[in-house]
Write a protein that binds this ligand. Structure first.
Ligand SMILES: CC(C)(COP(=O)(O)OP(=O)(O)OC[C@H]1O[C@@H](n2cnc3c(N)ncnc32)[C@H](O)[C@@H]1OP(=O)(O)O)[C@@H](O)C(=O)NCCC(=O)NCCS
Length: 187
């Protein structure tokens, strides 16, 4: 399984992880402009629950700094996804621990030009292995808006089990939305 390496202050940053098409690596401040470019597209943002819109480079720098603090505290791990063939950053994947620290919530997104190449499937599988194998999580949880069939498919292919279908209110995402919960249990 993957080791956590690279000391940062009192805490640790994850070492890069390689899949067939991707390198998963910690975010860098020089990712900010690329992230902002991807989040100009409402089709990407609208499927997330917490990305602000509109979004600019300053928003990305604020997020990268927050992620760094949370990683140092051991509460959040976020990897940028670099395509190995040309080192282009195509998206990111994240695990955020809950108040029950044996569980974490999985999140992910790709810039729209990069949809449909299997990148999310590789990232979700690998992040799940990292969460269970390296972070020692017992469960990884995820939630998708009901109409986000590509995301549901990615989770199901990675072994996540479908849970409740719930209605939640997201003021920045059009109000009441149907959400499907998913969970992966460590075995
Ligand atoms: C969801 C998202 C991450 C998927 O990324 P991706 O790299 O295109 O996903 P993959 O190529 O690995 O896999 C997508 C799967 O969904 C399938 N799929 C795509 N569109 C679909 C649709 N409309 N209905 C059903 N299945 C669909 C694909 O065929 C593929 O399955 P397959 O491998 O069995 O053929 C990407 O579309 C995205 O970033 N969307 C915006 C942000 C988002 O939704 N984040 C997740 C929030 S829960």
């Amino acid at each position: 399984m993957n080791e956590i390496a690279g000391e940062v202050g009192a805490a640790y940053m994850p070492a890069p992880i390689y899949t067939r098409q991707l390198e998963l690596r910690p975010l860098r401040t020089d990712d900010a402009q690329q992230i902002a470019d991807y989040f100009q597209d409402w089709d990407v943002v609208k499927q997330t629950v917490s990305v602000p819109f509109p979004y600019d480079e300053r928003s990305a720098l604020t997020w990268i700094a927050r992620v760094r603090r949370r990683t140092e505290a051991g509460s959040q791990y976020v990897f940028a996804l670099d395509r190995r063939s040309d080192q282009e950053m195509v998206g990111s994947v994240a695990l955020t621990r809950g108040t029950d620290t044996s569980r974490a919530e999985l999140g992910y997104w790709l810039g729209k030009p990069h949809w449909g190449f299997g990148y999310a499937s590789e990232a979700v599988r690998t992040m799940s292995e990292f969460g269970i194998g390296s972070l020692g999580l017992s469960h990884i949880d995820a939630a998708v808006f009901r109409e986000n069939q590509a995301s549901a498919r990615v989770l199901e292919k990675a072994g996540f089990k479908k849970g409740r279908n719930v209605v939640r209110r997201y003021p920045d995402r059009g109000g009441k939305r149907h959400v499907i919960e998913y969970s992966l249990e460590a075995i």
